[in-house]
Design a protein around this ligand. Structure first.
Ligand code: ADP
Ligand code: MG
Ligand code: MG
Length: 925
């Protein structure tokens, strides 16, 4: 045996023995508390599920040598335990907390509640995914009547000591003891007291309060707590600590956190961790500061350091918008050393985390500390730009870039912007920070409830607030855009807008918002609630009235061809990304399109064919609708055939246009699908007009309309049931397709029709329709002396079709999942009527998401699996696709990839999203 191996073996043996011997005595101890400090950490950045995002990164930053104040993390498992056990903790927790606390005390040579050298702590929430501002944090814990005096003396800065104490009372009173705004109160009770004390002291700003004023404030706060709760504020530091820990765990289930989790699909079971950390102080005077920063611009993605800070401030001051912070560039002048240090940290963080970081820092008497970092939330524009740039900088690979960009963010890139000309003519009433790019126009409202109510009625609204808070979340979701008159780029409004991809202008300081009068005024213009307002989140501009929009640069390049691609950075980045997605994806992407124009657009976006061409859309234009109505009103087969003959040339021309635009790509064409009454006029005047046109009695028309009336049209005489009862309709459609194909083929363009029969449930339905198609194909081929390369298949959109897919596959050469109807029929839920109950279903967690937007994978998806397996049993190489709205929704696209479909099909503007989602799915598997 080689020496080294021997050594190892010898070393290992006793350890194993020990472990074996020990096991029966003590069951495995669960570790609930993880310490970090002095360059060492029990945890690391990969432990987000256990330590929460904030916690895991505090551990990671400690490991890589960044200046992080020491502390410890109580795991999310404790949160789960807490809720499972009537808000009790695991018995081991107390000892583990005590021992971690002792480590902090040793590290900083201070002690919690100590007379000589008191330690102050922050107690911070932090779930696996960041939920900004949704849960609670308490700073300056450990302060009490004695400690404040000691801190004042030791720091030689009584103002700082009393300011810290009053902040602690305020946070502890609110979060732990529940002293909050009551119904009917306009302001937080603590803020009201601050205003009173400031008024009495004749000062404007919090920072102007003298130590004596702050002492008064502390007394008043303690009184307020006593009055409101009947309890005295606890002086004992350990009692404070456990109170704070319990409150942070409790905040996991506050209303706004629950709303937030629902919106972002965060499971309620995850729980939050609690971070207990040594305080550092940005409020120690003019050489201290606190701030937030992004390593790149989170709105545009540009590689500039971006952020803001406040001198002599603490905690949430920067975000709260109480004072207007300075841009980070200013720090280079005010605190050059700290700024230099911060720039170093910026580089280290990006190199280490390989993503744009959002960080919190505090400068305590010129020394820099980093209190938090996380992957920064960003707009869709920034997501693309940052990822593409980072590939260029060799920080990440193409695969990383493709994986990282949320597929939906491409929708923001394609969204309209304000038309330049129109914006020039519009009345500009203010400017602010460009916090969420894009153009939004709507009626101005001044509170969240009204935004929700109006948007539920289908109105577009812009929510204008002095500043927003987490309570405004529902209103922000409902609004087209958000405007605030106060707050910087890291204010709540900006943060939320970035994340939701909302258009946002914040800190438009020239605009006065009056909540009482419900008006907004600036530059001599006053808008009342309900008036139109337009906000440009790309330029940070606000306009009175409605401003016209223009297509995004990508659309201008690809579709309108009005912009030179070399002149658009946005387009170039988009194009790079799209090229990469095509390298990775397996799933094909087709489009739902009914006109040559739509087809051309879709092909420009990268469509590889048509997945759904709805032929009925072709029957509504001009004279066609008359011929169509004539066909429907026909009493005999002959009359019907005559009317159909009039429709044939129209339909043939449509297909010629489409096949030409496709340039050889395949086209799935669906036979007539909707119930016939949809084509007939409903009111008397229109019926009269039609009667005159066709030279028939109006009664005849009225009677036919009446005959065609159905109680439940969705389940009525539609789909292939039309072609079964009126085979001449299918015959005409087949003829139009093949005659068009013959004509286009002559020009040397390949034509690949895939004829699709809708709403099939019985194998024989399909058989009968296919017989017609094949016969007509043969006839036309003979007439024109040509051959056709075509397929015939069916939609799978009712459960019976899925259940007998093996039999249907005998005739069908392809299946296309019509997931709109398949969802309606599987769930027995009408999409158009689901609005009255689906929101409640979502609130109660009955459905994970809207099944009409994202495939119900467990139900409808199960039927799709059955169909796939049955279909392949009969016909191993059967072509499988999807043509419902779901085909452009990222989660559904990924599901289709896992299912092994050949392609998804979606509307032209969703194609880039589907391509990206398909590539992501391929990289996930
Ligand atoms: P959130 O998740 O809402 O951002 P945080 O736990 O990050 O909550 O804390 C809120 C604020 O308090 C932040 O501005 C943070 O920088 C500050 N803060 C937290 N812990 C400390 C600390 N140990 N020393 C100084 N400031 C702190
Ligand atoms: Mg934070
Ligand atoms: Mg259908």
């Amino acid at each position: 045996m080689p020496k080294t191996l021997k050594k190892k073996a010898a070393k290992k043996a006793p350890a194993q023995k020990r472990a074996v011997a020990k096991k029966p005595a003590t069951p495995k101890k669960i570790r609930y508390v993880y310490y970090f400090g002095d360059g060492k950490a029990d945890g690391n950045g990969s432990m987000k599920p256990l330590l929460g995002g904030k916690g895991a990164n505090l551990h990671e930053m400690t490991r890589i040598g960044l200046p992080v104040p020491p502390g410890f993390t109580i795991t999310t498992e404790v949160c789960t335990y807490f809720y499972d056990n009537k808000k009790h903790y695991p018995p081991e927790l107390e000892a583990q907390v005590a021992s971690a606390l002792a480590k902090i005390e040793k590290s900083v040579s201070k002690k919690l509640g100590d007379r000589a050298n008191p330690l102050l702590l922050s107690v911070r929430s932090g779930a696996r995914d960041s939920m900004p501002g949704m849960m609670d944090t308490i700073l300056n814990l450990g302060m009490n009547d004695e400690v404040v005096e000691i801190v004042a003396e030791k720091s030689g800065n009584p103002r700082f000591a009393w300011d810290s104490y009053r902040r602690f009372l305020q946070m502890y009173g609110d979060v732990v003891m529940g002293v909050q705004k009551r119904e009917g109160e306009d302001h937080e009770p603590f803020e009201t007291v601050i205003e009173e004390v400031k008024h009495a002291a004749h000062v404007q700003k919090d920072t102007e309060l003298s130590p004596d004023d702050l002492k008064t404030l502390v007394e008043r706060f303690k009184q307020l707590i006593k009055e409101r709760t009947g309890k005295t504020f606890p002086q004992d530091a350990r009692q404070q600590l456990w109170g704070a820990i319990g409150a942070v765990f409790g905040s996991w289930n506050n209303d706004r956190a629950i709303v937030y989790r629902r919106k972002y699909g965060i499971p309620h079971e995850w729980g939050t961790a609690v971070n207990v950390q040594t305080m550092v102080f940005g409020n120690m005077g003019e050489t201290s500061a606190t701030g937030v920063a992004f390593t790149r611009d989170p709105a545009t993605g540009e590689k500039v350091f971006y952020g803001e800070y406040l001198i002599n401030a603490q905690g949430e001051d920067v975000v709260a918008g109480v004072r207007t912070p300075h841009p980070i560039a200013h720090l280079a002048k005010e605190m050059p050393a700290a700024h230099k240090e911060l720039m170093k940290v910026r580089a280290i963080l990006e190199r280490h985390f390989k993503d744009m970081q959002d960080l919190e820092f505090t400068v305590e008497e010129t020394r820099l500390y980093i209190l938090q970092t996380r992957n920064g939330k960003r707009t869709g524009h920034a997501a693309v730009r940052i990822a593409v740039d980072m590939v260029g900088e060799k920080l990440i690979t193409r695969k990383d870039a493709v994986r990282r960009i949320p597929a939906d963010s491409l929708a923001h890139l394609l969204a309209p912007v304000f038309d330049r000309q129109s914006a020039k003519q519009a009345k500009k009433i203010g400017t602010g920070l460009a916090a969420g790019p894009g153009a939004a126009c709507g009626r101005v409202v001044f509170n969240a409830e009204e935004a929700v109510v109006r948007s539920e009625k289908g109105e577009k609204v812009v929510l204008a607030r002095i500043e927003t808070s987490p309570e405004d979340l529902r209103g922000m979701i409902a609004a087209e855009g958000i405007l605030t008159s106060r707050g910087g780029v890291s204010s709540h409004a900006a943060l939320v807008a970035r994340q939701m991809g909302k258009v946002c202008v914040c800190g438009a300081t020239g605009i006065q918002i009056d909540y009482q009068k419900r008006t907004l005024s600036a530059n001599g213009t006053t808008l009342s609630r309900g008036d139109y307002i337009s906000i440009d989140g790309t330029a940070g501009e606000v306009f009175a009235g409605e401003v016209a929009t223009a297509p995004s640069e990508i659309v201008q390049v690809l579709i309108d061809r009005s912009l030179d691609p070399k002149k658009s950075v946005t387009y170039q980045e988009y194009a790079k990304l799209m090229k990469w997605t095509d390298e990775f994806r397996r799933l094909g992407v087709r489009t739902n399109a009914d006109t040559p124009e739509q087809v051309a657009n879709a092909v420009a976006f990268g469509a590889e064919g048509i997945g759904l061409c709805r032929t009925e859309h072709m029957f509504f234009e001009g004279n066609r609708i008359d011929a169509m109505r004539e066909m429907i009103l026909a009493g005999t087969k002959d009359e019907r055939a005559r009317a159909l003959a009039k429709l044939l040339p129209y339909q043939r021309n449509d297909f010629i246009g489409i096949f030409t635009a496709l340039k050889g790509l395949p086209a799935t064409i669906r036979f007539l699908d909707p119930p016939l009454h949809e084509f007939l006029p409903n009111d008397h005047a229109q019926q009269n007009e039609l009667a005159n046109k066709l030279g028939v009695a109006v009664e005849q028309i009225a009677r036919r309309v009446h005959e065609l009336h159905e109680f439940n049209p969705m389940l009525g005489h539609r789909g292939c049931r039309l072609g079964i009862v009126y085979p001449e309709i299918s015959e005409m459609q087949a003829r139009a397709i093949f005659e068009a194909a013959a004509e286009v083929q002559v020009q040397g363009i390949k034509v690949r029709p895939e004829i699709m029969i809708p709403l099939v449930g019985f194998p024989r339905e399909l058989k009968l329709q296919i017989d017609i198609v094949r016969r007509v194909a043969g006839e036309v081929a003979k007439e024109k002396g040509t051959k056709f390369n075509y397929l015939v298949g069916t939609m799978i959109e009712i459960p019976r079709a899925a259940l007998v897919a093996d039999q249907i596959a005998r005739d069908a050469e392809f299946f296309s999942f019509g997931t709109n109807d398949l969802t309606q029929t599987t769930l027995g839920m009408s999409r158009d009527d689901s609005g009255s109950f689906l929101p409640a279903y979502a609130e109660l967690d009955i459905v994970e998401s809207n099944p009409f937007a994202s495939i119900d994978q467990k139900g409808v998806g199960r039927l799709m699996e059955i169909t796939r397996d049955f279909g392949r049993k009969t016909r191993p190489n059967i072509k499988l696709g999807i043509c419902g709205e779901h085909g452009g929704e990222p989660a559904s696209v990924k599901f289709c990839h896992r299912l092994g479909l050949d392609y998804v099909s979606c509307s032209p503007f969703r194609i880039p999203i589907a391509r990206l989602a398909a590539a992501q799915a391929a990289l996930e598997s």
